[in-house]
Write a protein that binds this ligand. Structure first.
Ligand code: SF4
Length: 648
């Protein structure tokens, strides 16, 4: 049972019904600085699903505090009715809501963020910005902004505030001696560097009184050379707890926005292990008197229960677990663990969408971010017989959703294993968890009683003999071979050949990448980590260009660790028996690599249309989804399967 997970907890003056927290995360459901209806629907769904506490995303406390163009303007009274609406949305479900009081300082996204400001003009390597040094009067005005924003949250009927001092944002810029070079009372000694935060806490308490819940979010370690270490953070938190006072909780995370690598910890992808900040948070808990929360890939209620039972922390942030399955808490409470969809740490549609300026979603759960449209999946009034061909992500998702809606669904798969290209992705180092996507879908196929026929090659006769009302083709794609000299030579392999372990690969290999995505980068990593000498050429703007930033940087770190030579801006030109030539995409300059054993192609995929061509003039209700329409990402394939089946 989940004795600890579902026990209530008092934080300051706020009673939370269980220990599960959706921590602050950007949704991009903000227009003109105000929350949209989509944000209300998004959080309503999670509140309905049983989460105890939601912390609302970054709320700018000052006009200098825009992280992106989608940051909530909480420095004006116009936000109060929106807080009221959020309170009316989550409170009927017994869920409490805190608000993040946020100032990024120098860590602003170049598209839409404020002017970068900080305690000192110390550059951020991630965004390549050198901030303007804040003047004393500006510091005082920003402190006032924190306090007035907290008061607005209180007036709006929400339950508390979380001051964001994590991830290298403004407050931690002040507290680190490496980013705070000031000579006035806000810099220099330990006490001076914490003065900014101390004044924020005191001014907030003056505004909201002692009975409103106020906490702090902090990174346990910035994990970068110029950032705060765990020992420094621990000293800061002890000082705040024991000398400053006024705080009710610490919400502990890790990493810093300051560099590419340290920013990966903001939403660490797989293979960072689940619960990777818990051990740090446990040491903090031993040293302080207030509530301690930990987060960082705690994606499973069983693991969350163990963390809580061990006494390491008081509450667990399970943000991505709730993005992929907002009803996870209720399912866990009802002991329906096999109905939970688990996060695979891919980062593709949650933080990945934020970074692309798109609304939040989830690769596995397209309803996330589309709650307003789809929250209550409608049962069909007209049951159809649907045949789906292809057991990759698109076909599986279409089958699950159609069957969930009440249709009679048969899924035909020609191999003996479901998963399509996901089977390849999971054999890439760092992407092993991607296979969970298939496990999640397989469980749902069983739950909704889809008739799955494995080892079944579909053709026109078979399909027509099944007498379906609708046919959905999700027959996938095959590797694309560019039209260049030597492409047919025997030492030319595809990423599929390698990842399938179907062909022996020699010692000296060159990977030719086209798109900067997982087949090229992942295959190079797989080969390098299995002992080959690898060079990776890409015709793209950068190695891993199409990957979510944290995923890309985690992989690039490992590629560099294996001394893989990476060469951007070169496309395949010619292949000869033991050499390959690339051409610079800008200058046309040629580079030849000699004495190679294999050339590995990661040059895209072409749609498989055989069955479509057979059926298109013989069956009217014919649909194509996923890669057999045009090869894109697993997210696109799943979304297409979902959208089609939701509307049939
Ligand atoms: Fe998890 Fe990936 Fe969904 Fe994000 S997109 S919640 S990382 S499964």
């Amino acid at each position: 049972d989940f004795k600890y997970l579902f026990s209530p907890k008092q934080i300051g003056s706020t009673w939370v019904k269980n220990r599960i927290v959706s921590t602050g995360h950007m949704t991009n459901f903000v227009k003109d600085g105000l929350p949209t209806e989509e944000l209300i629907f998004y959080h309503r769904e999670r509140a309905k699903g049983g989460v105890g506490l939601i912390t609302l995303e970054a709320n700018a406390v000052h006009p200098t505090a825009f992280f992106t163009s989608h940051t909530i303007k909480a420095f004006q009274d116009g936000i109060i009715p929106h807080y009221e609406k959020l309170a009316e949305t989550v409170h009927p479900h017994g869920t409490k809501m805190f608000v993040q009081l946020f100032h990024p300082g120098r860590e602003v996204y170049p598209s839409g963020g404020s002017l970068a400001v900080s305690c000192s003009a110390v550059p951020t390597d991630r965004f390549r910005l050198i901030p303007k040094e804040l003047e004393r009067e500006e510091i005082i005005d920003i402190i006032k902004g924190y306090a007035e924003t907290a008061e607005r949250v209180q007036k709006g009927g929400l339950d508390g505030v979380e001051i964001v001092a994590s991830h290298g944002y403004l407050i931690s810029q002040f507290w680190s001696p490496r980013t705070n070079l000031r000579k006035d009372e806000y810099g220099g000694s330990f006490e001076n560097r914490l003065r900014f935060l101390q004044e924020i806490i005191y001014r907030i308490r003056e505004k909201v009184g002692s009975s409103f819940t106020v906490g702090l979010r902090a990174s346990v370690d910035d994990f970068e050379k110029k950032g705060a270490t765990f020992e420094e953070v621990l000293d800061n938190l002890k000082y705040l707890d024991q000398q400053v006072g006024g705080l009710d909780f610490f919400n502990l995370t890790g990493g810093s926005s300051a560099t590419l690598m340290s920013s990966s910890f903001i939403a660490a992808p797989s293979p960072y292990p689940p619960g990777h900040f818990v051990a740090y948070a446990a040491k903090v808990k031993e040293a302080v008197s207030i509530t301690v929360m930990a987060n960082g890939r705690i994606n499973d209620p069983v693991m969350a229960e163990k963390v809580l039972a061990s006494g390491a922390v008081d509450m667990v942030g399970m943000t991505r677990a709730l993005i992929v399955d907002p009803h996870m808490p209720n399912k866990a409470m009802q002991e329906e663990l096999d109905r939970i969809r688990y996060c695979i740490g891919c980062n593709q549609a949650c933080i990945g969408h934020f970074q692309q300026d798109l609304p939040i979603s989830c690769i596995q759960n397209p309803i996330t971010g589309r709650e307003r449209e789809y929250a209550a999946m409608r049962k069909t009034n007209h049951v159809k017989k649907i045949v789906i061909v292809g057991g990759g992500p698109a076909g599986m998702k279409a089958a699950v959703v159609a069957a969930e809606r009440g249709h009679k669904v048969t899924l035909l798969e020609k191999t003996d294993e479901l998963g399509g290209q996901v089977k390849l992705a999971r054999s890439i180092p760092t992407r092993e968890e991607f296979g969970e996507l298939v496990s999640n879908l397989r469980r749902e196929l069983t739950q909704f009683r889809v008739d799955i026929r494995m080892n079944t090659t579909a053709d026109k006769e078979l399909i027509l003999s099944m007498n379906p009302d609708e046919v959905i083709l999700a027959t996938g794609a095959t590797p694309y071979f560019p039209d260049i000299e030597g492409i047919e030579l025997p030492h030319v392999l595809t990423a599929w050949d390698v990842l399938n372990r179907k062909k022996a690969v020699g010692q000296n290999v060159v990977v030719a990448d086209w798109k900067g995505d997982m087949p090229g980068v992942g295959t190079a990593l797989y080969l390098a980590e299995s002992g080959r000498d690898v060079e990776l050429f890409t015709s793209c703007y950068g190695v891993g260009y199409s990957l979510q930033q944290y995923v890309r940087d985690a992989m690039l770190a490992r590629l560099h660790g294996k001394h893989v030579k990476m060469v951007p801006h070169y496309q395949l030109h010619k292949i000869e028996p033991s050499s390959v030539t690339f051409e610079n995409i800008y200058t046309g300059q040629l580079v030849t690599k000699a004495d190679i054993d294999h050339v590995i192609l990661a040059t895209g995929h072409i749609q498989n249309t055989d069955l479509y061509d057979q059926l298109k003039n013989h069956f009217p209700n014919l649909h194509r989804i996923g890669d057999c329409l045009s090869a894109r990402t697993a997210e696109d394939a799943i979304l297409e399967g979902f959208t089609l089946a939701a509307n049939l």
